[in-house]
Design a protein around this ligand. Sequence first.
Ligand code: GTP
Ligand code: MG
Length: 178
Amino acid sequence: MQRERLLKVLVIGDLGVGKTAIIRRYVHQVFSHHYRATIGVDFALKVLHWNQGTVIRLQLWDIAGQERYGNMTRVYYREAVGALVVFDMTRASTLQAVLKWKGDLDAKVALCNGQPVPAVLLANKCDQQRQGLCAKIPKLESFSKEQGFLGWYETSAKDNTNIDKAIMCLVEHIMAGE
Ligand code: GTP
Ligand code: MG
């Protein structure tokens, strides 16, 4: 008998950091330089054959960066079991915004057992390193620990760097906690 698990995972972070691009890369293996802001929320589904007995239906909730200024996040966050919090390595302001997003998440949702929803930090657009990364980005190891993230990854939706790894880190943690 196959066991099926539905996991709701949020993808949050400021405008234009690459949330939609990361999801499109992960689910559809495509990337586009064209930017169209997400309105409200979008959804994507990835089916993972986890092990012999288990299929995971990973439901990714792609929440518009604009929603930080709206009042719908409480509704979108309901029943989430994990989150990817994304910033853009070339814009320090988007790392500042990670504090706001993580705070919003922890204030509005928790696991059934009262624990915070596990979250992984994604430093996206690492392919732009040659154009000079923002010097104001602090040491992510300590930042990520202080802010209660499971871990952090430098990612690129463009070059397909570390996206699978970051999502696997989150899913493995979620499945281990079941
Ligand atoms: P909102 O929907 O407004 O919240 O933005 P978003 O976080 O979904 O950003 P989106 O994925 O639409 O990406 C914004 C822009 O950044 C687009 O032009 C993408 O092509 C570009 N982009 C996203 N990821 C990367 C990346 O890893 N490297 C580079 N070079 N560009 C990226
Ligand atoms: Mg988007």
